[in-house]
Design a protein. Structure first.
Lengths: 188, 504
């Protein structure tokens, strides 16, 4: 038995709206923010200066996780070096101190490990936060969406947004200057 | 986008500073500066020991004065660095604070005026001991030069005559044609030997200079070898630094002020063009000046990172000073329409970056010396970790790096004018400690070397304070004086609007 497209169960994922210019999508983003939408994004062929401000994006909370990662790196390095070189098996080189003041010798490794742990924390926590890697995304179903990697500016709204309404959101998007609006559905 | 291009109404001719409001402050600064500076100068020149013996007040004050002048020199020269860098990198963000960088840099000519005492031996001899040492060495050598030269030259003439005689007799024997083939071959070899010896001797004719060098070599002192380059050029060098720095500041500031009046892009582009070239004399001049002033405090010690170490401190603390100056203007109602929290954020980021850079350089300098453990290098750090100086060293590590580093990691601090200014004041305090820690530990051991050696002289701290206040208040007074009739930001700079609306 073959399964046709009609047989699949579909769920509304959201809308994508197309804009022609960076200025219009910038204005639209401000209107979205003022309209109270929360789960939406802007896709453009190039970075638009001030877009994060227009969208009302705050500073990333990644920095706090990275701080913890860096701290963990420093502490690991210090613990391993002090633990082995001062605690377990005191190593005296050129009559240099064998206590807290040995610390200059341990700085390069501490420095490197702090950076290494920070970098790993950035990479892996970012992957977790943005839920990558994944094989597919409902937005890829949309014809309109592909324009963002060419010369179009795309604004997408998710159905998960509390303010989302099937008709209301379409009208709202058109009212803020969208040239085309397309409904995106995902297969279950 | 739209916000970025918004134009705000700015007064034509920019904002002018109202000097009448700060009259009492200025008068007080001028008074303290004049009194303390005069006191220091009188001490320097009238209470100097002039040679050996117990150090007097003026000798202690030489170091205080070097500390004070160097501290403010690094701040002023940092202002020049930021101006040059701003032009050379074609930066747009900082146009609104660039005039304050130029104002700070504008103190450079006056700092060089304050360096005039360093031309006199009353001050030089206390600070840079290799100079009196060398003079003593020369004085010891000089009487012996003439008689030694006579003797050496006589001996040389005698030798030369002997070899010429030998060569002649060999030549005659061969020319006579009476000798056998074996004898001719022998004579030819001898002739060659003699001719080579004559050539060698002629090249090595003793001169007064070579005899002097030979005599000084007995003291086996590095200074006697590289002396000509070092000593005879040290004062002209200081004049050369002064000309280079004053020229750079003068041109850049003049172009900037002229743009205020005539507008246009011509001078703006010219500043950018020349700033790229100015980076070189800036780097070379600054490096050699701090070598001449600070590294030479102990002529036996050297560090290849010295210039960049001082530069890191200068750039960092000049930025701290810039932040404080801008905040003071804003608190008094100036610059409010042009300088936003975004500018504070950017300046805070630079403060943070140079805080890390300073630590990186300071640690690299320390680490290599500490690790290699070579006696001629470790002396610098041994002295600075002896007794209570050890506490100062640790305070420097914690206070100059760790505390500002952790505080400046937070974005809210960088965007808060009051908080970032407090961090700036802290950085300046630490920089003062840094320069103090470089200059003052050399003082007591150097001055008391011929008598009862001492590591520290507590009572001289009051002289440091007087010199610091004298130089600092005088320069602050000049800073306020130079604000007259000049806009507080480059009001007709072609990229002013870009700078006002900067977002980062």
């Amino acid at each position: 038995m073959s399964v046709t497209t009609e047989d699949k169960v579909k769920r509304t994922w959201g809308y994508v709206a197309e804009f022609d210019t960076a200025a219009s999508v910038y204005e639209a983003a401000k209107a979205m923010k003022e309209g109270g939408y929360r789960r939406w994004d802007v896709h453009s062929p190039f970075p638009i200066h001030g877009m994060d401000g227009a969208m009302g994006l705050g500073p990333s909370f990644l920095s706090r996780i990275v701080f913890c990662g860096g701290l963990a790196g420093s502490l690991t390095a210090l613990l391993l070096q002090f633990g082995t070189q001062v605690g377990l098996y005191p190593t005296i080189v050129q009559g240099k101190p064998d206590n807290l003041f040995t610390i200059p010798a341990f700085f390069p490794v501490t420095f490197e490990l702090t950076i290494l742990f920070s970098a790993f924390t950035i990479l892996f926590s970012l992957l977790v936060i943005i839920r990558l890697p994944r094989l597919h995304h409902p937005l890829f179903e949309s014809k309109l969406f592909t324009g963002f990697s060419d010369d179009k500016f795309i604004l997408s709204v998710e159905a998960r947004d509390p303010k989302f309404a099937r008709e209301g959101t379409r009208e709202f998007l058109q009212s803020i200057g969208a040239k085309q609006v397309e409904l995106v559905e995902e297969e279950l | 986008m739209n916000e970025h291009n918004s134009k705000i109404e700015l007064p034509e001719g920019g904002e002018l500073f109202d000097s009448s409001k700060v009259g009492p402050v200025k008068a007080l600064l001028g008074l303290i500066g004049a009194v303390c500076l005069t006191a220091t100068l009188i001490l320097l020149f009238t209470f100097s020991r002039n040679g050996a013996g117990e150090p007097k007040l003026g000798d202690w004050a030489s170091y205080s004065y070097l500390f004070a002048v160097t501290f403010f020199f690094t701040l002023a020269v940092g202002g020049l660095f930021w101006t040059i860098l701003h032009h050379a990198t074609n930066s747009g963000w900082g146009i609104v604070v660039r005039r304050q960088m130029e104002n700070i840099a504008g103190l450079i000519p006056w700092v060089f005026v304050l360096m005039i005492p360093f031309f006199f031996s009353q001050v030089r001899d206390d600070l840079w001991e290799h100079e009196p040492l060398h003079r003593a060495l020369v004085a010891k050598t000089e009487p012996k030069v003439a008689p030694t030269f006579e003797k050496d030259h006589e001996h040389w003439e005698h030798e030369l005559a002997a070899w010429i005689g030998r060569a002649d007799s060999a030549r005659k024997l061969v020319a006579a044609g009476k000798a056998s083939a074996g004898e001719v071959a022998q004579m030819t070899v001898r002739l060659k030997e003699a001719e080579a010896a004559v050539d060698e001797l002629k090249a090595a004719e003793p001169t007064e200079a070579s005899v002097r060098r030979k005599l000084q070599d007995k003291d086996n002192h590095l200074l006697t070898h590289k002396w000509d380059m070092y000593f005879h050029a040290s004062k002209p060098r200081l004049i050369a630094y002064a000309i280079a720095f004053i020229l750079m500041v003068g041109l850049l500031r003049n172009w900037s002020l002229t743009t205020d009046k005539v507008g246009g892009e011509k001078l703006f582009l010219r500043s950018r063009y020349w700033s790229c070239f100015f980076l070189l004399p800036f780097g070379v001049g600054f490096t050699f000046l701090v070598i001449d002033f600070l590294m030479a405090l102990n002529y036996e010690w050297f560090s290849t990172m010295w210039g960049v170490y001082l530069f890191a401190g200068a750039a960092l603390n000049s930025m701290a000073l810039l932040i404080i100056v801008v905040t003071l203007f804003r608190e008094n109602g100036y610059l409010r329409r042009v300088v936003s929290l975004e500018h504070y954020h950017l300046m805070g980021k630079l403060l943070f970056a140079f805080c890390v850079f300073w630590a990186y350089i300071a640690f690299s300098q320390f680490f290599l010396i500490w690790y290699a453990n070579i006696a001629e290098e470790t002396r610098f750090y041994l002295l600075r970790n002896a007794e209570w100086w050890n506490v100062a060293s640790i305070v420097l590590v914690v206070g100059h790096f760790f505390i500002p580093f952790v505080i400046l990691l937070w974005r809210p601090v960088k965007k808060n004018p009051l908080l970032i200014s407090i961090v700036g004041v802290w950085c300046l305090l630490m920089h003062a400690l840094d320069i103090y820690w470089i200059v003052i530990p050399e003082r007591a051991p150097s001055l008391t070397a011929g008598t009862t050696p001492r590591l520290w002289s507590g009572e001289a701290v009051i002289l440091d304070l007087i010199a610091f206040l004298g130089v600092g208040c005088t320069l602050a007074y000049i800073f306020l004086e130079k604000l007259k009739g000049v806009s507080l930001y480059p009001c007709r700079d072609p990229r002013l609007n870009e700078s006002i609306n900067v977002v980062n």
